[in-house]
Write a protein that binds this ligand. Sequence first.
Ligand SMILES: [Ca+2]
Length: 90
Amino acid sequence: MDVNENLHRPVFSEFVYEAGVLEDAAVGTSVVMLTASDKDLGRDGVVRYHIHEGSGLGVFTIDEETGKKFLIACLFDSVSLGIWENQCLS
Ligand SMILES: [Ca+2]
């Protein structure tokens, strides 16, 4: 068996993450930390995080390496905050 094979997919620690943020929260506020793990060794076990799709895109960003999600725009009443599908790759 080749130990460098990419045999496992990353798995989030929770199926659903719930988080809230105040309407007047400052840009850069940390909103939630997502964590996923991948059982592969080396490069194939390194997890990278992305926001795949969802409503209100552009309001949040995610740190590709840590899974920490941040507010990057001011929130207004008219902004519909909903569900984001997050993706981790490795
Ligand atoms: Ca993997």
